[in-house]
Design a protein around this ligand. Structure first.
Ligand SMILES: Cc1cc2nc3c(=O)[nH]c(=O)nc-3n(C[C@H](O)[C@H](O)[C@H](O)COP(=O)(O)O)c2cc1C
Length: 366
């Protein structure tokens, strides 16, 4: 399998990966009071020991009073949570892996089903969860400045603790994406505007601050999506020109790697070309990109939350696109959530041992 483009090494700044397989960030809610314990460290370490090139952590939230809607989602601030993460990266390195935390602020959220609420109301560009629903307060300029500083502190902590890179979560309808999207950003100051290029300012300032904190040689990944859980058909960029107006300033601000989230990686982003989102991001910015979305599985992840099962599927189309140079890295979510040995099985061509995915896998940490 040495010809397999998934198993070519990859080097960029602080990253030295043995292969191109990335574990996609996946929230697990197994960190009581925001502190990841030894069970979380074991979970990631098993993937590191079984051929995953780069592990991205589940989203882990920044130091803002309402950055999370779930008490079991890990923090990336405070002595106890950071000590937990220090164990995680220590063990992952011992097992020969590389890892970056996914730094997250959820923005305006639905209340958690348990009834738990953060100490202050959710915050977002316009207090909106979706175009129809308000469930939080509109951020002031000082809220915005404090949030940007908190992203920067988290990135600085990641570097100081020995992580190999950092990923900023700008996708899936959470805080940064709430600024990008016209459906949730109705601001009339410099953080709002009619075009995505105008609504880009918050993200640009986050990336600039992160870059300032980590220096030039530490890899910074930005995760983006066109779709929102609030609206699968939403498109921040409807044309390649709009995508350029969105991504180029983010690239200039210091993004090294664009992590382009789709529900199905094979879907073309625009008419007239079969390039997907990661393909366009790389073509437009010249930066490295990661593709993701139903790699090796028959069904997509949002449907999985509703109970739909998926079966293993061929990687041929992924490999065709990687061979063509469309994107550099491939992130895999559910297959690695359910099976720590997925990457090893792919490398060793043990396809008959691959498992499908069903909703039950979400409730355990294997
Ligand atoms: C249980 C679960 C939790 C997820 N949590 C996050 C998250 O914290 N941050 C994020 O950017 N994406 C998250 N995602 C999306 C995944 O990173 C990935 O993009 C998606 O599952 C598609 O990949 P897959 O088809 O290989 O599963 C989550 C997905 C799943 C299944």
């Amino acid at each position: 399998m040495t010809e397999n483009p998934l198993f070519r090494p990859f080097q960029l700044k602080s990253l030295n990966l043995k292969n191109r397989i990335v574990m996609a960030p996946m929230t697990r809610s197994f960190s009581p009071d925001g502190v990841p314990g030894t069970n979380v460290a074991e979970y990631y370490t098993k993937r590191a020991a079984a051929e995953v090139g780069l592990i991205l952590s589940e989203g882990t939230v920044i130091d803002r009073p309402s950055s999370s809607n779930d008490p079991n989602i890990p923090h990336f601030y405070g002595p106890s949570a950071l000590a937990g993460w220090q164990n995680v990266i220590h063990d992952v390195h011992q097992a020969g892996g590389q890892m970056g935390p996914q730094i997250w602020h959820m923005g305006v959220m639905d209340n958690h089903r348990s009834g738990w609420l953060p100490s202050t109301p959710f915050e977002g560009p316009s207090g909106l969860l979706n175009p129809e629903t308000t469930n939080g307060h509109t951020m002031t300029e000082s809220d915005i400045a404090d949030s940007i500083a908190a992203y920067g502190r988290a990135a600085a902590d990641a570097k100081r603790m020995g992580f190999d890179c950092v990923e900023i979560h700008g996708a899936h309808g959470y805080l940064i994406d709430q600024f990008f999207w016209e459906g949730t950003n109705h601001r009339t100051d410099q953080y709002g505007g009619k075009t995505v290029a105008e609504r880009n300012r918050f993200a640009i300032e986050v990336i600039q601050e992160v870059r300032r904190q980590v220096g030039d040689d530490f890899a910074v990944i930005l995760r983006l999506s066109q779709f929102k859980p609030q609206d699968y058909t939403a498109k921040l960029a409807k044309t390649p020109q709009e995508m350029e107006a969105w991504l180029q300033p983010l690239s200039d601000a210091g993004v090294d790697i664009f992590h382009c989230s789709q529900r199905r990686f094979w879907e073309a982003e625009f008419n007239g070309s079969d390039l997907n989102f990661a393909g366009w991001a790389k073509k437009i910015t010249g930066k490295v990109s990661i593709s993701v979305g139903s790699i090796g599985l028959s069904g997509e992840f949002m449907a999985a939350f509703r109970g739909e099962s998926s079966q293993p599927s061929s990687l041929d189309e992924l490999l065709r696109r990687m061979d063509r140079g469309d994107f550099d890295l491939a992130a895999v979510g559910r297959p690695l959530l359910a099976d720590p040995n997925w990457a090893e099985k792919i490398r060793e061509n043990r396809t008959s041992e691959l498992k499908g995915f069903s909703k039950e896998a979400l409730s355990i940490l294997v």
